[in-house]
Design a protein around this ligand. Structure first.
Ligand SMILES: Nc1ncnc2c1ncn2[C@@H]1O[C@H](COP(=O)(O)OP(=O)(O)O)[C@@H](O)[C@H]1O
Ligand SMILES: CC(=O)OP(=O)(O)O
Ligand SMILES: [Mg+2]
Length: 601
């Protein structure tokens, strides 16, 4: 599948063409237009061995969008199967990528006032593509989506209820970038992101810092709009909202005028006349005091947020720099890190100076002995957008990961008091056969189950003892017993039916009879490798060509020491044509389901 990706930022238009297969998306072409000034801009096109740079007579991002079809034509990239668009603001409505149609485009349009520097260009690209290629599916990938996990105490402004009810809240942006670079750092460290506390520092023309706490965005410096937080190219970042009153009284400015000035004429541009960090660094080197102060303010604000997010998460393992400035300015990285030694972060100045970022490298630039790691890596917004676009459009496809499947025959887990009732006071079960889940075993003893319709003999007991007795049978078993058992997750036993367990020393009448919901046990390492999270549901394909089945809604249960294995019951095994001890394996299908259900409703 060939996917064209648009990434319109506030100062640049980046676009790529990817070939997406089962493995990953491969970037065939990468282009950019940036440094727009005096009706011109710089472009760069990379395709195979070709690397073209030059100046084009293109005045702004909207015009650059219009120029792209001709560029694609020139490079022979005319076969497109999908288009992925960066959309900066997704509001509260869009927390995942979505396939575009008229209604969705109209909804995105309503968010334009909340991202005035971005959404118009994002929509411009969407409309152009819908006009040029009406039959090619298009997907929007939102900057805000990664921050959907932010807790209410991070997203709520302390303002009147009526305003909050009307939707005044924090969202956060650059999510695609923060997600990618945090994941990239975790990969380099070799520890699942779910075990790490990472501060991601995206410094482009727009800039934000994100607290990625155990793999999830917890907070970020941008707010309801991409204006809050850091000093940016043309944006002020944090200012006292009291400024509105002052500016109204002093200059008679309207809210609209103040908003526009804070978005377009502030930040580095407001401080120096130029929004471009390269200009500022050149000028600062020539002793330009405005440029020097602007650089100091920029670094100081970023450093404050790094410290704040370490405190917010209660720890920090790594800082990752990315974005045009974060990737390319060693002096800015040094200024931000200077003074953070107190929290165990020490930079190695030589490493910081000699960063090379080809081929998605993520070099570490902390000093030996620094407790906090410091990474620099090129952001990969387009790659992420291509992946999400492919996922949103592809039916579940095997990820080539085989998971052992175990068919669990009926069994019971007993409490200590149940063991005594069934086997006599002080009785201890005899571990006879270890199970694949560490520490668990099948006992030598057996019990019988009795219901109004019938009895099941020689039912296995799995040890060790548990706080509560649980009896797991198949639907067929429940018919045999004459008891209607519910499908439940292990441990969720409230309101479950009563059954009689018969042992050599006595009978126990107890609730806890369930049909165990199918599930996959896994551990944090395997979960990270497989892209799984505790509590989520996946589809799994099992079985041979004749009777193979896809089991939908299979629960993921991550345990610190679990052996990765899927558990189904005998009815499910029979249906898929596999039996106990068959050594069958299942394939997890990609979790496109959540994304697809969005586009349906
Ligand atoms: N070599 C460099 N040194 C310092 N700053 C740089 C360098 N290269 C790019 N930048 C800065 O990166 C910023 C643009 O970042 P980028 O991520 O490309 O922008 P956008 O937010 O539009 O995607 C500009 O301020 C630019 O000056
Ligand atoms: C959200 C945002 O500010 O994006 P960019 O940095 O691309 O302008
Ligand atoms: Mg950007």
């Amino acid at each position: 599948m060939n996917i064209l990706v648009f990434n319109a930022g506030s100062s640049s238009l980046k676009f790529s063409v990817f070939r997406a297969g089962h493995e990953d998306a491969e970037e065939l072409f990468k282009g950019s237009y940036e440094r727009f000034r005096d009706g011109k801009c710089e472009f760069r096109f990379r395709h195979g061995e070709t690397d073209e740079r030059g100046t084009a007579s293109i005045a702004g991002i909207d015009q650059a969008v219009e120029a792209i079809p001709a560029v694609l034509e020139r490079f022979g990239l005319t076969v497109l199967d999908a288009v992925g668009h960066r959309v900066v603001h997704g509001g509260a409505r869009f927390s995942a990528a979505i396939v575009l149609d008229d209604a969705i485009v109209a909804e995105i349009d309503t968010l334009t006032p909340l991202a005035p520097l971005h959404n118009p260009a994002n929509l411009g690209a969407i409309r152009l593509c819908r006009r040029l290629w009406p039959d090619v599916p298009q997907v929007a990938v939102f900057d805000t989506a990664f921050h959907a996990t932010n807790p209410p105490f991070a997203t709520t402004y302390a303002v009147p209820k009526e305003w909050r009810d009307a939707g005044l809240r924090r969202y956060g942006f650059h999510g695609t970038s923060h997600k990618y670079v945090a994941m990239r750092a975790a990969q380099e460290i070799g520890v699942p992101a779910s075990d790490l506390q990472i501060v991601s520092v995206h410094l482009g023309n727009g800039a934000s810092v994100c607290a990625v706490n155990r793999g999830k965005s917890m907070d970020s410096s941008m707010g309801m709009t991409p204006l809050e937080g850091l000093v940016m190219g043309t944006r002020s970042g944090d200012v006292d909202p009291g400024a509105f009153g002052f500016l109204g009284r002093r200059f008679g400015l309207s809210t609209q005028e103040i908003e526009t000035a804070l978005n377009n004429d502030s930040g580095l541009k407001g401080l120096t006349g130029s929004s471009d960090m390269r200009d500022l660094e050149d000028r600062a080197a020539k002793s330009d005091l405005d440029a020097q102060l602007a650089i100091e303010i920029f670094a100081y604000r970023a450093r404050k947020y790094v410290g704040a997010y370490a405190a917010a998460m209660g720890g920090i393992d790594a800082v990752v720099f990315t974005g045009g400035i974060g990737e390319n300015s060693p002096s800015m990285r040094r200024r931000i890190c200077d003074g953070l030694e107190f929290m165990g972060l020490r930079l190695d100045h030589d490493r910081n100076q000699s960063v090379h970022l080809a081929n998605r490298a993520a070099p570490q630039i902390q000093a030996y002995g620094s407790r906090v790691r410091v990474f620099v890596t090129e952001t990969a917004e387009q790659l992420m957008i291509a992946r999400e676009t492919a996922a949103a459009l592809t039916l579940p496809a095997p990820v080539n990961e085989e998971i052992p499947v175990a068919v669990s025959a009926r069994h019971v887990h007993l409490s200590a008091s149940a063991v005594e009732t069934l086997f006599g006071p002080g009785y201890q079960l005899t571990p006879a056969k270890p199970l694949r889940q560490p520490g668990q075993w099948a006992a030598a003893e057996r019990v019988a189950l009795a219901g109004p319709k019938g009895r099941l003999e020689r039912v296995a007991i799995l040890g060790p003892v548990r706080p509560r007795t649980q009896i797991e049978v198949s639907r067929t078993d429940s018919f045999a017993l004459g008891i209607d058992a519910p499908v439940r997750e292990s441990g969720k036993l409230d309101g479950t039916p009563v059954v009689t367990i018969a042992g050599p020393a006595g009978n126990l009448v107890t609730d806890g009879l369930i049909i165990a919901a199918r599930h996959i046990h896994t551990n944090p390492t395997d979960a990270a490798r497989l892209g799984l999270e505790d509590g989520e549901y996946v589809d799994v394909r099992i079985g041979d060509a004749d009777r193979g089945l896809t089991f939908a809604r299979t629960l993921i249960r991550v345990g610190a020491n679990s052996f990765t294995e899927m558990h189904i019951d005998t009815d499910e095994g029979n249906a898929a044509g596999i039996g106990v001890g068959d050594g069958e394996e299942g394939e997890i299908l990609q979790e496109a389901a959540t994304v697809r259900s969005h586009s349906a409703g």
